[in-house]
Design a protein around this ligand. Structure first.
Ligand SMILES: [Zn+2]
Ligand SMILES: [Zn+2]
Length: 250
């Protein structure tokens, strides 16, 4: 029996809502066995934590006994790292792409040059190590310009981008690098990404996987059903799931 876990949530320490306590209570209410708090850190994002805030957050997460294990992670970009004074406190690093380091002037949301650059960034990110590759085909930095879009329209655009540009040879390279560097591929439950074929390819290559709701409001904690359906459907074993690989769950 695979236990249920959510390894990607945000609090008021970055751009989420609610406290650690509220996130944990929600997880317990839903019967989860493990939760991680993973606020944004060390990126050119306005809502990232400072070192001092991360220290404060660490005290809250590590300084108390909760009724389920609570891990402290950070969500960062390619260059982010855990400050020396906090190494040993932070349990893991999610690396995700929220922007391109070298901006590409996209002529449209489907500009091939832009997406080639994104794909290169993902490969660079895998080479940078860390524990989890966050939302590889979801929450992408869509070059929208002045275009007004809804949440669902953006997800639809992402599916189109993935279909158009994320070719099999690139997926294979992602799978190969993720396996080589022991970086887990995140099953990003809130956007239901990456695509099933991509996950299957990663599984066959020997990748490990993480599961995250990427909850910002507390009521989204534990929205992980999609990911666990995928785990069941593809028969992904515990030996390919991050919390078991790390010994956080047995
Ligand atoms: Zn993110
Ligand atoms: Zn996130």
């Amino acid at each position: 029996m695979i236990k249920r876990f959510d390894l990607h949530t945000h609090t008021h320490f970055s751009d989420g809502e609610g406290t650690v306590q509220e996130k944990v209570e929600k997880a317990v209410e839903l019967g989860l066995d493990l939760i991680a708090i993973t606020d944004h850190f060390d990126e050119p994002l306005n809502h990232r934590m400072t070192v001092q805030q991360l220290q404060e957050l660490s005290k809250i997460v590590k300084g108390k006994e909760y009724s389920i294990p609570v891990l402290l992670g950070i969500e960062t970009g390619i260059e982010g790292s855990v400050p020396l004074e906090l190494q040993g406190q932070v349990d893991f690093i999610i690396r995700s792409i929220h922007y391109l380091r070298k901006p590409v002037q996209a002529k449209s949301p489907y500009d091939p040059l832009y997406w080639e650059a994104y794909k290169e960034e993902i490969l660079a990110l895998l080479r940078a190590g860390g524990d989890v590759l966050g939302h590889v085909e979801g929450y992408m930095p869509l070059p929208l310009g002045d275009l007004k879009t809804t949440f669902e329209e953006r997800r639809e655009m992402e599916r189109e981008v993935a279909q158009k540009f994320f070719t099999k040879d690139w997926q294979e390279e992602v799978a190969r690098l993720a396996t080589k560097h022991r970086v887990a591929i995140e099953l990003h439950s809130f956007t239901k990404t990456p695509r099933l074929d991509f996950i299957r390819l990663c599984q066959e290559e020997g990748c490990i996987f993480s599961v995250g709701s990427d909850a910002h409001p507390t009521y989204n904690v534990g929205q992980i059903d999609w990911a666990f359906e995928v785990i069941e459907e593809l028969k992904i074993p515990k030996t390919q799931l991050l919390p078991y690989v790390k010994g956080w769950l047995e």
